[in-house]
Design a protein around this ligand. Structure first.
Ligand SMILES: [Zn+2]
Length: 418
């Protein structure tokens, strides 16, 4: 799946984006589902479909052949037989921010628009996409999975959203029942590029404007259950208890210490839920359940941490006279970004006089799906105060414009060399 970058098409002109038009369209898109300074635009809700129709119109005005496919993906194409795919998503989490996904889609629109305005010449064209339901109203990464053929669009239609509406009903309501699916074709689609806000505080803390994603981290989820015995909390001597809660606490502390000692600089972990049963101050916990997840860009390291979950839970259970059951409940594999695209994005940033930060993405993105099928690269711009998935999400206009210019330059280099 490596890129052949042997061409040197030196007559390919740079793509000059228009910052006012870019910011204007981003603000216009944010009007659909506006809530205060943020946006509530769940996938295939009435307002989301309105936003998709607006985007479709903008793509057509730009001179693209555009359509909304049978699962809600909005796709615009230049007439070229080989194309670079650029995109992200325009649906949001409940009461989300105005940039998460939307920024990357409007970057793609502006780059395609500027490219077509400049004549749209050359062998390599563009395909721009707003993937449907990245945020998982029906299921996470729905549109990108359908695009690459990982998801069976027919059985997916039984999936329901938080209001109990099926995808089938939502697609019907959106008038997309007979729309064909847009599909990835390795003979046509050369590479995928996604720009996104960082959604974390790292770039801002380092005073940097551009992050180049090296990998999207993998995630493992575990449920660890300790079974002891309920006893009177006043009359049972400490040495004679089978305290499931105490075992859980020991486990949590020791697993965290193991992660600190053996994890990478990018390892994160989260004990997100604890349940103690029966759950009273005067009863020794008979059952204790811990929901744990951890993330890292390295699959090997994720395996090491998974082994530690099993080993440490067995050890603490023996010490506390309880039993332990550790069950893996989900696993998402890490996605490596293409090394050539990392290099091209890095150079494009340097071309604007800024030092890019190579960094993993701690959040999932459509790019992690695309990376399994074509060479994929990803660019980050800073999030003010690291805030995201919240109405307060924002990025400086200067950073937004710079990100678009860097992405446009990376597209130009690819068009010269592919
Ligand atoms: Zn997103």
């Amino acid at each position: 799946m490596a890129l052949d970058l042997s061409h040197r098409r030196n007559d390919i002109a740079a793509i000059a984006i228009d910052p006012e038009r870019l910011l204007g369209d981003m603000r216009r898109l944010a009007e659909f589902g506006k809530v205060g300074s943020g946006v509530h635009r769940r996938a295939l809700s009435a307002i989301d479909v309105e936003a998709r129709q607006w985007l479709l119109g903008r793509m057509r005005e730009a001179g693209l052949e555009a359509s909304i496919d049978g699962i809600g993906n909005v796709v615009g194409r230049t007439p070229h037989a080989r194309r670079i795919v650029i995109g992200s998503h325009t649906d949001t989490v409940p009461n989300g921010g105005w940039l998460d996904g939307a920024m990357g889609v409007i970057y793609a629109l502006e780059i395609a628009r500027a490219f077509m305005a400049g004549g749209g010449e050359g062998e390599i064209g563009l395909e721009i996409v707003s993937f449907c339901d990245e945020e998982g109203s029906f299921t996470a990464l729905l549109g990108s999975q359908a695009y690459v053929g990982e998801l069976d669009a027919v059985s997916a239609r039984a999936l329901a959203n938080e209001h109990g509406q099926t995808l089938d009903q939502a697609v019907t309501d959106a008038g997309l029942t007979d729309a064909p699916l847009a599909r990835f074709d390795p003979a046509v689609h050369a590479a995928f590029l996604e720009a996104h806000i960082e959604q974390g505080p790292v770039l801002e803390a380092k005073g940097l404007q551009i992050g180049v994603v090296s990998a999207i981290v993998g995630v493992r989820g575990w449920k660890i259950r300790f079974e002891g015995r309920a006893d009177h909390a006043g009359t049972t001597p400490m040495a004679m208890r089978a305290d499931a809660g105490a075992a859980l606490c020991d486990f949590a502390v020791r697993f965290a210490a193991f992660c600190k000692a053996n994890g990478s600089a990018h390892t994160v972990w989260n004990g997100g839920a604890i349940t103690l049963t029966p759950g009273a101050h005067n009863v020794v916990p008979a059952l204790a359940e811990y929901i744990l997840s951890f993330r890292d860009p390295s699959a090997t390291l994720l395996d090491t941490l998974a082994d530690a979950v099993t080993r440490i839970s067995t050890e603490v259970a023996a010490e506390h006279g309880v039993t332990a059951h550790a069950d893996a409940i989900f696993a998402l594999a890490p996605a490596r970004m293409d090394a050539d695209l990392v290099g091209i994005l890095d150079e494009a940033a340097r071309g604007h006089g800024v030092k890019p930060l190579p960094m993993p993405s701690g959040a999932g993105h459509d790019a992690m799906v695309m990376a399994r099928h074509m060479p994929t690269g990803m660019l980050f711009v800073p999030s003010i105060n690291g805030r995201s998935h919240d109405l307060s999400e924002d990025t400086d206009d200067d950073d937004i414009v710079l990100g678009a210019r860097v992405l446009a330059d990376a597209v130009t280099v690819l068009r010269q060399r592919l």
